[in-house]
Write a protein that binds this ligand. Sequence first.
Ligand code: 0O2
Length: 237
Amino acid sequence: MKDERDEKIEAFENAVRELDISKEDFFEMIQQKSENFFKLMAYYRCAMMEIETKLNVLNEEFSLQYDRNPINSIKTRLKSVNSIREKLERKGFSMNAETIEANIYDVAGLRVICSFPDDVYLLSEALLSQDDITLIEKKDYIKKPKPNGYRSLHLIVDVPIFLAKEKRKMKVEIQLRTIAMDCWASLEHQLRYKKDLEFTSEMAHELALCANLSAELDMRMDALRQIVTEKKDMKNG
Ligand code: 0O2
């Protein structure tokens, strides 16, 4: 008796037969497609490295010049194949290297966790002023938080990567936020994705209150930082 797996294999083989191409050509086509995909992913990894280095250089400079480390940590991530496929499907595109590059702007993503809200703007302005960076899109969820309370500064930029024989511009998403904003976003993400639980309006309200608390924490820590900086400046003359 055929099991479900055998039935799927048979359906797959029938579909290939209907394509009216040889098995060899079919597998070569698949190989070509996956090579293009993996090459594109490698380019995105290079673009993430470029941006990460630029941010680390800025952090080093601020640390030397102003005795200030705006970056607490940087996380990088490449969007998973499934997330890319789902997003393309939502937008009505089939999946290949061309459609990915033209329609998905957050395949390469960096999350920059800053110490204070000021640092978010200090860093983003310094990065965007670099002449090889092009700003494609900016969403300021700090100045205008999402209704659920989410705060972060989102940038989509074009950054060139230099390969052996060509220069390629790649899109990268950069999310900049403070430690407090990141704490809220991480916990909210965890709670939202508890699959066996219905998210009630009371829970959403409570989360919005927590977002206000985290914004207040940022404000108070920032005020404290200013007092400490002023005292240090006075002491150093
Ligand atoms: P992942 O795995 O984090 O990448 P778009 O991406 O442009 O189609 P949208 O919603 O316009 O969709 O983009 P936006 O507003 O710039 O937000 C995209 C990313 O920001 C999300 O990525 C999250 O990482 C983060 N984000 C946005 N809103 C929230 C929120 O309310 N809570 C939390 N915790 N994170 C948020 P993805 O695609 O969801 O997934």
